[in-house]
Design a binder for this molecule. Structure first.
Ligand code: SF4
Ligand code: SF4
Length: 127
């Protein structure tokens, strides 16, 4: 059975004006039918939420809002990565700002490597 690392990870970089965050895409959790994806119904609000048992991401996502966003061209997007991902997790780097010139030149290319030595994926492919 896969065992995730709960070692805190450096999930953001602010070394240039692009402002990058490492994220996990919940759409990937759903598509993979991940066994660590849980759902629960909140009695008071009647809303359904989903989250990750492994805390690869820590936020709990409103399922209805997620589904609405998924129907748009942009999709729901990513949520902050909070632990080293498993091979099943779909991860990416999201850049807050897309500019030109020296202020936006990456000085930390290692940030685009998945924070897990076993994975040889370059997140730049998913920008
Ligand atoms: S382990 Fe990864 S794929 Fe599974 S629910 Fe958590 S973040 Fe999603
Ligand atoms: S582009 Fe590179 S240096 Fe700039 S914020 Fe992103 S990872 Fe950091």
């Amino acid at each position: 059975m896969e065992s995730p690392s709960q070692t805190p990870i450096q999930n953001e970089c602010r070394q240039c004006c692009s402002f990058c965050d490492q994220v996990v895409l919940p759409s990937g959790c759903v598509a993979a039918g991940c066994r660590y994806l849980y759902f629960y119904d909140e009695d008071r609000s009647g809303r359904r939420y989903m989250g990750c048992l492994n805390k690869i991401f820590r936020v709990e996502i409103d399922v209805e809002l997620f589904q609405e966003a998924q129907r748009t061209r942009q999709g729901y997007g990513g949520v902050r990565l909070t632990a080293a991902p498993l091979p099943v997790c779909e991860v990416a780097v999201e850049q807050a700002y897309d500019g030109a010139g020296e202020a936006f030149e990456c000085v930390n290319p290692g940030f685009f490597d998945v924070p897990d030595d076993d994975r040889a994926i370059d997140l730049r492919d998913r920008l």
